[in-house]
Ligand binder design. Structure first.
Ligand code: ADP
Ligand code: MN
Length: 177
């Protein structure tokens, strides 16, 4: 509810989107600009072993969502976090004050993921995920529409603009209402 989020002195922001849309780059720049804490869920899962092993087919850890949520509960309650993950439907809704969905044009995303070494099904699945705006849909289904914002992330200019816009929003946190 709104009452709970109002008790945080600093906001929690979720940065989500298809792999390659720029979540980690954007979150790092945003953390530097705002002094909020960047939490890369993929790294956290790996470092703290919050997974149920390795998925050979998808070439990624099988995330244990309950372990991740338990691990983060206290820190999220405290506020001041930027959470970076390519999924958003398993976090408690009350954790976030803003949900940013990054979006990238297909051909640009294709190049970024190819450069990252993605091929075959892993590459096409992610491109399809972006074409069908799956993360935007997931975000809208999981959070109040007024806190969900889609942002274009095709160019470095886009990223800088996004960081500026979100930083301004963070600065006004708590004084607006
Ligand atoms: P994600 O965390 O969503 O998988 P990354 O932040 O790791 O994405 O970005 C993937 C690659 O694309 C990196 O090489 C990064 O430098 C580049 N990149 C990300 N966002 C942008 C952008 N808005 N403009 C240009 N390059 C970008
Ligand atoms: Mn990332």
């Amino acid at each position: 509810s709104g009452g709970e989020s109002a008790m945080r002195s600093k906001p929690n922001i979720l940065v989500t989107g298809t792999p390659g849309t720029g979540k980690t780059s954007t979150s790092e720049a945003l953390a530097e600009a705002t002094h909020l804490r960047h939490i890369n869920i993929g790294d956290l899962v790996k470092d703290k072993k919050l997974h149920d092993g390795w998925d050979d087919q998808l070439q990624c850890y099988i995330i244990n969502e309950d372990l991740v949520c338990d691990e983060l509960e206290d820190i999220m309650e405290e506020g001041g976090n930027i959470v970076d993950y390519h999924g958003c439907d398993f976090f408690p809704e009350r954790w976030f004050d803003r949900v940013v969905v990054l979006q990238t044009e297909n051909s640009i995303l294709y190049d970024r993921l190819s450069k990252r070494g993605y091929t075959g099904a892993k590459l096409t699945n992610n491109i399809e995920c972006e074409i069908f705006q799956e993360l935007l849909e997931e975000a809208k289904e999981s959070y109040r529409e007024e806190i969900v914002v889609a942002m274009k992330s095709d160019t470095v200019d886009d990223m800088n603009r996004n960081v500026t816009v979100i930083t301004e929003w963070v600065s006004s946190w708590g004084s607006a209402t």
